[in-house]
Design a protein around this ligand. Sequence first.
Ligand SMILES: C[S@@+](CC[C@H](N)C(=O)[O-])C[C@H]1O[C@@H](n2cnc3c(N)ncnc32)[C@H](O)[C@@H]1O
Length: 276
Amino acid sequence: MFKELIKYTGKPALYAKGTANFWDDQHMSKQLLKAHLNPNWDAASRKPATIDKTVAWVNDNYLTAGSRVLDLGCGPGLYAERLARLGHSVTGVDFSKRSIEYARESSQEQGLAIEYVYKNYLEIDYHEQFDLVLLVYCDLGALVDVDRDLLLQKIHAAIKPGGVFIFDVFTDDFSATVVEKQSWELTDDGFWAEGAHCVLEQSFHYPEEKVLLSQSILMRADGTHDLYRIYDHYYGEADLTKVLNASGFTGHRFFYDVIGETDFASQKVVFTATHK
Ligand SMILES: C[S@@+](CC[C@H](N)C(=O)[O-])C[C@H]1O[C@@H](n2cnc3c(N)ncnc32)[C@H](O)[C@@H]1O
């Protein structure tokens, strides 16, 4: 086991995968749902006031009454519900079973007719059905370039002619906050696992490719272990323009004041609105 752990602690090749799915893992998804719903924590979803602000901005600038909206990586439906309450027809897609189940129950309780789909958004297959596609909380930057380009193609296909795609990514300024570091925690219970466990957390920077890797090596008391890797690609406007042009989008506009102040690194983000 230690040989494997020692191997994990060295800087990996960019985009080398972990051993577990952070979002849909049985234990992690429970913790993540709590994080999404915690109104005082900007971790998995932004705080309610910030979400309100983003939804109002999207609605006022990009939607007309009864628009069709596709929310990719919708999580527990925090944006989808607000958009549905404004009268839009919303489809949410996410590959966290726990989040989708929560979102379905919550929409039913509130009498909101939102369609939720449990699916990897890299496998969506819509054709010119939506006025607006939303991908919020820096999800595009978590993707390897080939998957990002595949997703952009699928989003382009899903949007009606003249429709819009809105997403956010970390900006170049984010790199100034990046420090390669490592820390460890030994605990009886916590975010990463139930019962006693040890977690080694490390971050690695790949400045040429503009990517930060945050990795957590979880060692459980029963001797099993898992490796979680989350990549964040940050972008400047020129990078975004190149990537979006290549996927057929036009008229990109960049916005830096959509979320306002937050107490998280997520402050260094740019929202992009781009058209088909
Ligand atoms: C950072 S959270 C943001 C959730 C939501 N957009 C929000 O801001 O409240 C990312 C979400 O994307 C989902 N996700 C990540 N990769 C996905 C994929 N390939 N297919 C579907 N959902 C994905 C995760 O399960 C998670 O719910």
